[in-house]
Design a protein around this ligand. Structure first.
Ligand code: IMP
Length: 426
């Protein structure tokens, strides 16, 4: 059976840290959607690792790491990331890439950047994610199996590339010439073939086999539920299914293979890029969260928008994902506050609602004020009982509002700064 970890907010909840601390209990760690738009920062001792495509299980030596078919891969970004862990030789047998995963090519990235110059920009990471998924859905994308077969099928692949780039050039949206874009794509495919081929395989069969042997599998979501292509704040979303349902499509496992779902949420909210964010605080509170929480993107370095906890968005996301339990992250960032505002309802079309509407931009938050624990600290606390009384009350109120038990509480960036409640294995 497989367990699943998903982001409950707008991404950057701290999924990487939780995967990292739980990895010891698993044999396989699987990424199943998104691409190098994702960014997980993991702190181990005095070393800080930035992961974008490689599953967070890479830091646990016995774990096998899988980049599933639902992921979109920019080869040079992956190769660069592999270097942090000793490069190809060190990773053989520990990292596998689905032969069905789609490949991000240079024109996807240029297209993403060009579209972001338009008035209706999304605030994307400009990594080519949306354009690559567009090609996947349009059934004209290139996959990792094409990377592996590149020398044998060179002519037909180049013909496909030329056709795609020609169509894009006709819309006058790309600055580089057709020749430049095709040549850059060929170079990318050539180096990808040389370096990545030994890692490319049928990861669906690999996972089925692992499952048959009773191996323990952990699926690692990227981004957050509020960025889901269907259920998020469309169009200000990413281009994949970020909720639990995407884990099967993106890995080849079946819904009945999923044993449990752990949702990850911060004790407050953040978002990068444009789009509705009801509890965003452009004043002192938001600035304090940003500074204390070091809320800057791992991938783009952008300053994250910050605000109070949105219980409606979290409850909505927990229902979408079927969360069994929650890990609450960055509780310590709220240390020092006299009181903490939590969104418990929205004002929407002249009335008070307690659901998430499809046009969230028209909702304004209604807050409940909870007492803070100024003068006491949760930083680095490792047992629930040792938390300040009001911090425990805050956690209890979030559980009540969201409707799911909080099983883990993170009180700092370090692996060890974590509280386990109930049974910690999800
Ligand atoms: P894209 O995924 O680059 O197309 O960006 C679409 C939206 O998702 C933008 O608002 C991005 O800022 C946001 N986004 C993408 N990946 C992440 C992530 O890992 N964390 C937080 N936001 C993300």
């Amino acid at each position: 059976m497989a367990d699943l970890i998903v982001g409950i907010q707008w991404g950057d909840e701290g999924k990487g840290k939780i995967v990292d601390v739980l990895a010891k209990d698993y044999d396989y760690i699987v990424r199943y959607q998104g691409g190098h738009n994702a960014g997980h920062t993991i702190v181990v001792g005095d070393k800080k690792y930035a992961l974008h495509l490689i599953p967070s299980g890479i830091l646990t030596s016995h774990c096998i790491n899988i980049i599933g078919n639902g992921v979109v891969i920019e080869p040079s970004a992956l190769i660069e990331e592999m270097r942090q862990f000793g490069g190809e030789q060190a990773l053989l047998g520990r990292l596998f890439i689905s032969d069905r995963a789609h490949i991000i090519l240079p024109f996807h990235q240029e297209l993403d950047s060009s579209l972001e110059r338009a008035a209706n920009a999304i605030g994307t990471t400009k990594k080519g994610i949306g354009p690559c998924y567009t090609d996947k859905i349009a059934r004209i994308g290139l996959r990792a199996c094409d990377v592996r077969n590149f020398p044998a099928q060179r002519e037909s692949i180049i013909a496909r590339l030329q056709e795609r780039v020609r169509t894009l050039k006709e819309s006058n949206i790309l600055d580089s010439s057709l020749e430049e874009l095709v040549q850059a794509s060929i170079s990318s495919l050539e180096s990808a073939h040389t370096i990545l081929s030994p890692f490319i395989t049928d990861t669906t069969s690999l996972l089925w086999e692992a499952q048959a042997q009773g191996k323990r599998i952990l699926l690692e979501g990227a981004q957050g539920s509020m960025l889901d292509i269907d259920h998020g704040t469309y169009p200000f979303v990413t281009s994949s299914t970020t909720i639990a349902a995407g884990s099967c499509a993106g890995s080849g496992l079946a819904p009945r293979d999923i044993a449990s779902v752990l949702g990850i949420m911060k004790a407050y909210c953040t978002r990068v890029g444009h789009g509705p964010f009801p509890t965003e605080d452009g004043k002192e509170f938001g600035a304090l969260l940003c500074e204390k929480g070091a809320e800057f993107g791992t991938t783009t370095g952008r300053k994250r928008r910050c605000g109070g906890f949105d219980a409606l968005a979290a409850r909505y996301a927990c229902r979408l994902n079927g969360c069994d339990k929650i890990a609450l992250m960055k509780l310590d960032v709220l240390d020092g506050l006299e009181e903490i505002a939590v969104c418990v309802a929205y004002q929407y079309q002249g009335r008070k609602i307690t659901y998430v509407p499809s046009d969230l931009e028209n909702a304004t938050p209604i807050y409940e004020i909870l007492p803070g624990w100024a003068g006491e600290s949760s930083k680095g606390v490792k047992s629930y009982d040792a938390l300040p009384t009001n911090a425990k009350a805050y956690i209890a109120r979030l559980e009540e509002l969201v409707g799911v038990k909080i099983a883990m509480i993170s009180t700092g960036a370090e692996r060890s700064e974590i509280i386990y409640r109930y049974d910690c294995a999800i």
